[in-house]
Design a protein around this ligand. Structure first.
Ligand code: TRP
Length: 456
C-alpha cells in the first residue's frame, strides 16, 4: 500500500484497528507532560487539591474538546488545514475557519522545536544511568551534572539532533509502517516499565505518604494561579488545540466509536500521569527530597535517589528510556499536522518529514542557545508581559498561553455554534446529548475566563 502522495480530498491511509488509533493517540498524549511536567507542577502546587482540579479540567474541558477534534478530523479526512477547509465548506461556513487549522499546525510545529531539545536530555541520562554514574551521587553533584548539560550548547545540540532524527525517521515511514508500528510497540513497553517502577515505589516504605500527597486534597494549598496551571496542562497533556488529534482522527475508520475511544485515551493519559506520580513521589519522600523542586525534579533529584537504591542503575536506565519513548511518540504527532498538510500539497511523505524536521531542528537551535549563550537575550523586554523571557520562554508562552487556548476556543465555537448538531451527532452517537451543551456553553465560557485571567 502506498500512501506517499495523496491528492486533496482523497482519504488518507488509515489505522488498521481501533487499538492502533488508541495507541497512537495515547502515544501523542503521554509524553514529557505526564512524566516530567505533571509531577513537578503537582509538587509546586501542593499536591491533592491541584490534582483534583486537574482531573476536573480533563473531564469537563479536555475530554469534550478531544471528542470535537477527533470528530472534525474524521469528517474532514485530511490534514488539520485541509480538514477545516473541508468541514467549513460542508457546513456552508466561511473559509476563514481554516485559520483553526493553520494556527494548530503552527502551534504544534513551534512546540516541536523546543520539545525536541528537552526530550534530548533523556539520552545523556540514559548513558549516565547505564554506566553506573549515578551510584552514590550526592545532591550537589547531581545538580552540577544537570547544570553542566544545560550549559553545554554542543551536548544539547547533539541530543536535539538525534531526537529530531528519530522523529523524522518514524514520520517518514507513513501511517502504518512508521507511526503505527512504532506506537503499538513503544506504548505497551512504556506501561510495563512504569508498572515496574510503581512496584518499586510500593516497596520503598513511603508509598502511603506519596499516595496521601497526591490524593488527599488540602484546599488551603490551592491558588488561582494553580487553577490556570491545571487547565493549561490539561490541554498540553492531551495534545489538544494543535492539530494532533485532528490529524490522527483523519486516519480513523468510520466504525470506531469516537466518544468511547476518547474516554479511553483520556483515562490512559491521566492514568500514566498518576502512575508517574506514584513512581516518583515515594522516591522523593524516601530520600527526604523536596516535592516542589521545579523543572529539575526528575533530572536532579531522581539520580540521587536511584544512586542510593539497590539495582539503582538498572531502574534509572529504565526510567529514562521510558521517558524517551514517551517523548518520541509525542513528537511524531507534533510533526504530523505539517507533514500531512505538505503531503496533501503533493510533497512526498519522506520529503515532507525531512523538510519539516530540518526547519524544526534549525529553530530548535535557538532554544538550545536560550539555555546558555543567549540566556540574556530577551528580545521582547519592551512589553511588560514578555519581560525577561528568552526565545525558548517565548515559544512556550506563545503556544501554551495564547495559541492553544485560542485554538480551543474557536474549535468549541465552530462545533458548538457553526456546525449542524445532526452532523456531530452522526459521529458521536448517544454521547452527543451530554457533549453538545458542554462544548456549546461550558467550554467557551471556561476558556474566556482563562483568557481573562491570563491576559489581565
Ligand atoms: N501531550 C504531550 C505531552 O504531554 C505533548 C504533545 C504532543 C503535545 N503533541 C502535542 C502538546 C500537541 C501540545 C500539542 O508531553
Amino acid at each position: 500500500m502506498s500512501n506517499n502522495v495523496q491528492g486533496a480530498g482523497v482519504r488518507p491511509a488509515q489505522w488498521s484497528s481501533r487499538f492502533a488509533f488508541i495507541m497512537a493517540a495515547v502515544g501523542s498524549a503521554v509524553g514529557l507532560g505526564n512524566i516530567w511536567k505533571f509531577p513537578y507542577i503537582t509538587g509546586e502546587n501542593g499536591g491533592g487539591a491541584f490534582v483534583l482540579v486537574y482531573l476536573a479540567c480533563i473531564a469537563v474541558i479536555g475530554l469534550p474538546l478531544m471528542m470535537a477534534e477527533v470528530m472534525l478530523g474524521r469528517r474532514g479526512g485530511q490534514s488539520p488545514i485541509g480538514t477545516m477547509a473541508q468541514v467549513a465548506a460542508d457546513e456552508g461556513r466561511s473559509r476563514s475557519w481554516v485559520g483553526i487549522g493553520f494556527m494548530a499546525t503552527l502551534a504544534s510545529f513551534l512546540i516541536l522545536t523546543f520539545y525536541s531539545v528537552i526530550a534530548g536530555w533523556t539520552m545523556p541520562y540514559i548513558l549516565s544511568a547505564a554506566s553506573g554514574e549515578f551510584g552514590g551521587i550526592a545532591a550537589k553533584d547531581s545538580d552540577a551534572l544537570f547544570g553542566g548539560l544545560l550549559a553545554s550548547p554542543g551536548q544539547l545540540l547533539l541530543w536535539h539532533s538525534v531526537f529530531m532524527g528519530l522523529t523524522v525517521l518514524v514520520s517518514a515511514g507513513g501511517v502504518r509502517h512508521g507511526l503505527e508500528r512504532a506506537v503499538t510497540k513503544l506504548m505497551p513497553a512504556l506501561f510495563v516499565l512504569l508498572l515496574i517502577l510503581v512496584g518499586y515505589g510500593m516497596t520503598s516504605g513511603h508509598f502511603g505518604e506519596a499516595a496521601a500527597f497526591l490524593f488527599r486534597p488540602d484546599f488551603s494549598a490551592l491558588t488561582a494561579e494553580a487553577v490556570l496551571v491545571a487547565l493549561g496542562h490539561a490541554f498540553f497533556t492531551l495534545s489538544l488545540a494543535s492539530g494532533a488529534m485532528m490529524a490522527y482522527g483523519a486516519y480513523l475508520k468510520k466504525e470506531v466509536p469516537i466518544a468511547r475511544t476518547s474516554v479511553v485515551v483520556a483515562l490512559m493519559d491521566t492514568g500514566v500521569a498518576l502512575l508517574a506520580g506514584l513512581a516518583i513521589f515515594p522516591i522523593v519522600f524516601a530520600n527526604g527530597l523536596e516535592p516542589g523542586a521545579g523543572p529539575g525534579l526528575i533530572f536532579v533529584t531522581l539520580p540521587v535517589a536511584f544512586g542510593q537504591m539497590p539495582g539503582g542503575s538498572f531502574f534509572a536506565t529504565l526510567f529514562f528510556v521510558l521517558l524517551l519513548f514517551a517523548a518520541w511518540t509525542s513528537s511524531i504527532s507534533l510533526l504530523e499536522s505539517l507533514v500531512s498538510y505538505l503531503n496533501e500539497k503533493g510533497v512526498s511523505r519522506v520529503k515532507a518529514a525531512i523538510g519539516g524536521g530540518l526547519v524544526a531542528w534549525l529553530v530548535g537551535i535557538t532554544t538550545v542557545l536560550s539555555l546558555n549563550e543567549w540566556s540574556g537575550f530577551t528580545p521582547l523586554d519592551m512589553f511588560a508581559r514578555f519581560e525577561g523571557k528568552t526565545l525558548f520562554d517565548l515559544y512556550d508562552y506563545l503556544t501554551a498561553n495564547i495559541m492553544m487556548p485560542l485554538g480551543a476556543f474557536f474549535t468549541a465555537l465552530f462545533v458548538g455554534w457553526k456546525m449542524k448538531p445532526a452532523h456531530s451527532a452522526a459521529e458521536l452517537g448517544g454521547w452527543h446529548r451530554v457533549w453538545f451543551p458542554v462544548i456549546r456553553y461550558l467550554s467557551p465560557i471556561a476558556l474566556l475566563i482563562v483568557f481573562y485571567f491570563n491576559l489581565w
